[in-house]
Design a binder for this molecule. Structure first.
Ligand SMILES: NC(=O)c1ccc[n+]([C@@H]2O[C@H](COP(=O)([O-])OP(=O)(O)OC[C@H]3O[C@@H](n4cnc5c(N)ncnc54)[C@H](O)[C@@H]3O)[C@@H](O)[C@H]2O)c1
Length: 439
């Protein structure tokens, strides 16, 4: 348990951000940070850079920027490294991803050409639609984990890093459930030595990074650290862990709209969501087993927000369908359609249609930045284990086994800001509004 207002170590020195998977999201994030440093763009979408936090009573008029309120690493102190199963540099990968304009990529070319991924740990049975060419070879999965640890040690020394954090931005792995090998650290380590097929590549990275003292966040829906062995490992090494699956386009919309409908006690009969996207993520999700991982993550949201067990008449029979189709002409510009069948007073039906023409990686990049900075803050503040206060950023937030995950974006934001207030010894805000009567 963290003490209210406890000492937080200052963010001095360089912060290394390690990214397993250097595709569309990672390159958009890295190039974005470099562009913002040079004044070529603004950090739109980033709570750590633009958000404010109200302190005390409304009459006090205290609303500093979050980055002035808690000691976060500055953008100038960030250094990037990562792994991929293709050897493309950050420059080449960004061109391939086709998210950012060529002019911006060229302007930063000398810097981003230097960012070259280390060979990845890969097993095609976990991502069937990719054929990696830049992969590590080893005698066992433990050997591969040790090679990752060596990459981390080398990067830290070479770049003289004070601290590091890691965020999985690799492809979505096939749907898997927890197996006995994931039940404890001891079982997992034995599994690594025996190259147990139930150990996914993302878990090899997570193990190596946590063993190296690096906090870990998972931006994809695969379980990765949402397993007892990793919760134990994080506790042993006093490290923050979190996941899963960045909450960006359609699910972001869902967690904005659904709490509003529920707040007004409007009923729902169904929610049909479909997406078309044409990036590499879309290609991976075209494989039914990777899609199943994503589908589970996207579908869990509504049930927790609507609480059908408490509101049987309103939400007891919601048909929730999620589809993703790979459609190359759209590239990274995903298009999502939602048809929501709702009902109001006396059961009269109504419909809401949402057509969101979004840019996946443009929405995800600021989340990577915020997660890196908050994860580093959590580490310096001595907060270890599952960081539920960062649920705000995830489609399937990790939580303690005895509670259900919180999906409502507004509750998540309140939890995040109240955690920051608590860390700095400020009163948590309950929005009771009694201050006017107190005077
Ligand atoms: N963009 C979004 O809005 C968003 C939202 C939620 C989740 N995600 C997830 O984030 C991840 C990254 O998305 P993206 O759009 O950048 O995808 P992408 O396909 O452009 O990039 C993923 C990269 O991971 C690499 N990779 C695959 N397996 C690897 C391994 N074992 N080791 C190292 N590298 C590996 C691929 O080669 C690729 O370069 C995906 O899992 C995606 O589902 C993205």
């Amino acid at each position: 348990m963290i003490q209210k207002g406890a000492e937080i170590a200052p963010p001095s020195g360089k912060l290394g951000i390690l990214l397993p998977g250097m595709g569309a999201v990672s390159t958009t994030f890295i190039i974005g940070v470099l562009a913002i440093r040079r004044g070529l763009g603004e950090p739109i979408g980033s709570l750590t850079q633009l958000g404010t936090i109200r302190l005390g009573k409304r009459t006090e008029g205290r609303s500093p920027l979050i980055k002035d309120f808690v000691p976060l690493a500055g953008l100038d102190d960030l250094v990037f490294g990562g792994w991929d199963i293709f050897a493309d540099s950050c420059y080449e990968a960004a061109l391939r991803a086709g998210v950012l304009e060529r002019g911006l990529i060229e302007a930063l070319r000398p810097e981003i050409e230097q960012i070259k991924p280390w060979p990845g740990v890969f097993d095609q049975s976990y991502v069937r639609n990719l054929h990696g060419t830049h992969v590590k070879r080893g005698d066992s999965k433990m050997d591969l984990a040790e090679q990752i640890m060596e990459d981390v040690r080398h990067f830290q020394q070479e770049q003289r890093l004070a601290r590091m954090v890691a965020i999985w931005c690799g492809s979505t792995e096939v749907f898997c459930e927890a197996q006995p090998v994931h039940a404890s650290v001891a079982a997992f380590e034995k599994g690594l030595r025996d190259s147990d097929p139930a150990i996914a590549p993302s878990q090899v990275y997570a193990y190596a990074l946590l063993k190296s003292g690096v906090p870990f966040a998972n931006g994809a829906p695969n379980l990765t650290v949402d397993l007892p062995a990793f919760i134990e490992l994080a506790r042993e090494h006093a490290l923050p862990i979190m996941g899963k699956d960045f909450k960006t386009g359609q699910t972001l919309m869902k967690t904005i709209i659904a709490p509003g409908l529920k707040a007004r006690m409007l009923g729902m009969k169904g929610w049909f969501s479909t997406n078309i996207l044409g990036n590499r993520d879309g290609e991976v999700l075209d494989d039914p087993s990777s899609f199943k991982t994503k589908e589970q993550s996207k579908k869990s949201v509504l049930e927790y927000i609507l609480q059908p067990e408490l509101y049987k008449n309103l939400y007891g029979n919601v048909h929730h369908v999620v589809r993703i189709n790979y459609y190359p002409p759209h590239g990274d510009n995903k298009e999502g359609w939602d048809n929501i069948d709702i009902f109001g007073w006396l059961g009269y039906p109504m419909q809401i249609k949402v057509n969101f023409l979004c840019r996946d990686s443009i929405l995800a990049a600021p989340l990577v930045l915020d997660l890196a900075l908050f994860m580093d803050l959590a580490q310096r503040a001595g907060m270890s284990g599952i960081q539920e206060w960062l649920s705000f950023y995830f489609k399937s937030p990790m939580c303690a086994p005895q509670v259900y995950p919180e999906h409502d974006l507004f509750i998540q934001l309140m939890k995040l800001k109240n955690t920051l207030r608590y860390l700095r010894g400020e009163e948590q805000i309950t929005h009771l509004g009694v201050e006017y009567y107190e005077a």
